[in-house]
Design a protein around this ligand. Sequence first.
Ligand SMILES: Nc1nc2c(ncn2[C@@H]2O[C@H](COP(=O)(O)OP(=O)(O)OP(=O)(O)O)[C@@H](O)[C@H]2O)c(=O)[nH]1
Ligand SMILES: [Mg+2]
Length: 689
Amino acid sequence: MKNVESQNTRNFALIGHAGDGKTSLGEALLHAAGVTHELGRVDDGTSVLNYLPEERDGHIASISAHIYGFDWKDNHLTLVDTPGDRNFQGDGIVALQALDGAILVLSAVDGVKAGSEKMLATAREAGCSVLAFVNGVDRERANFAAAIESLSNLGTRPVVVALPMGESESLSGVIDLLHMRAVTRAGAGDVPAEYADAAASAREALVEAVAECDDTLLEKYLEEGELAEEEIVRGLVASAKRGELMPVLCGSATTEVGVDLLLRDVMELLPSPVERGEWPATRVDGGEDTLVQPAADAPFSGVVLKTIIDRYAGTLSAIRVVSGTLTPDTSLLNASKEEKVRVAKLLALQGDKYVEVPEAGPGDIVACAKLKDTHTGNALTSEKGGVKLAELRIPQGVISYAIVAAEQKDEDKVFSSLHRLVEEDPSLHVGREATTGEFLLTGMGELHIRTTVKKLVRMFDVKIDLRTPKVPYRETITRAVQHVEGKLKKQSGGAGMFGVCYLDVEPMPRAAGFEFQDKIVGGAIPRNLIPAVEKGVIEALDRGPLAGYPIVDIRVKCVDGKFHSVDSNEMAFKLAGSFGMKAAVEQAKPVLLEPYMKAEVAVPDESVGDIMGDISSRRGIVQTTEARGSASVVIAKVPMSEMLEYASTLTSLTGGKGEFHLEFSHYDVVPQKLAEKIIEQSKANAGKG
Ligand SMILES: Nc1nc2c(ncn2[C@@H]2O[C@H](COP(=O)(O)OP(=O)(O)OP(=O)(O)O)[C@@H](O)[C@H]2O)c(=O)[nH]1
Ligand SMILES: [Mg+2]
């Protein structure tokens, strides 16, 4: 890694829909920069970016964000190739927040497709400038104009900076509209006469768009009818940073058309860490808000954008340096954990290879091995004069499976191995659902979970079985009741126990949770024993009367009570609280609640009717349908219990052309008939257990 000025550093991600050619484009950029001698190809397993075994055999797709730092001329660039499939977007969403730019890769055949918006939205929130690259212009049925059109639904104005010369098999190069040159495999030259008109009008549209985003430039443009090259570039960089314009390039990753120009425009149009500017933080000493400048001589600060478990190197934390200069063998503070960590070597990341480097400055991305207790998203800083940057946001998993070790003897190993994988992939979560007692593996989708199971076998030689999880039902009350007695009286022989409380309960709105109010006046229950009543109430809420699920959305008021100066104690009032609560809920017409998911189902137009019909048959309510790129997206609220095995239904309804995404929406009352069944079932299970 060259020791370059921050001005000559670029950090960017490749984002976009699955299979549109992000990894291939990454390979083409590495080849164009002279980093790889042969063009790496995803299809024959020679890609240096898709290096995991899961990315190379059978189903070829990236399953993790991969980082590659490289030098080109006097510049240092780090590209992060992210997977397009929502199942695997977790660590890309985190990494993106630590970068300065993104290239949205889209297919020249179908344009922008549903599924790209999440990453695009993350890039924008993170303040990244976004370029678009229309890829696959060499493909049959490529349609550049339609692809540009599809970009205009993204809340920004696409502006073409590279025009394709030819389309499909006749694609021979691109025209660089910023410098009005034709770039082909033979090199750069004059724009051929046959493209002169098209190039001139595209250039005019470009200059006009730039001028319209800047009053000073607009004035000059209106007066002189043209802008200087330097002004166009400056205007374009600024409006792309604000998200007003999206510069669009094009070409083909696999035939390497338009890639040299892309490399140059990454340098020209994406911001350097210096242009990206300051980062908000708080001072470690004192805690005041501050802004961190990306200066090499400032105290060190950085964020962990990815964790890699390497078979030889151990756990590696990839760090984006925000300010200061990091050198080997130093101590740092993990500001998120308030713990000291020791940095040994600094490693530049080149896919699955690591190269030692002597230092890293603002904008550089380097990895350090074995930083104690340090996780993806954490903020690190120097021990003296340190600042705490905002931690990176970790996406929440949306689908859970119950897991059991395939062989009982492996039980401990299953959990320790899973925890290693969770370290590497922050969108995975392992936990126990208290109400059902099951261990749940939660991730971004079914494929994410199934791939994790395969990785467990490959990396740790342990097998787990996946089961459909039990639905986490809840219970609640539907009417208020007053003055319900909870009484404990034990006065026969030995020390007595005495406590009485009176409770009012009332329903609260959905998702309001639980509230306890102390309304005791005149010391009917001594102050110090009221928390015991609350404890008892909370314990009783744990198991509802219908089917043993937790009770939610309830307000409980302790309004009166009785006590005995000798026999009353904490235990007595806790039990009284618990008895009172049970009695009150029984009287307050309890009902069963079930979780609803927000489902987004993206399908070809012709399948929309089938999807809507199927969703209604699952007790779902379709809210809207909308067009996203070439797909139609059906948005609905559906009970979780009905969506546990939706993936196979969707495949059969759409011939494999559908995609769906679920996330928790809300709880609602289970219809009477169904509730009876669930209650019966739970009684039967309780009988068995
Ligand atoms: N003809 C043609 N094929 C391409 C081009 N770019 C990629 N491909 C092919 O498209 C397929 C998918 O390419 P990838 O580079 O793996 O796509 P990706 O966007 O990284 O996919 P995910 O990692 O799954 O999101 C491969 O078979 C590539 O060879 C292109 O410009 N032209
Ligand atoms: Mg890929």
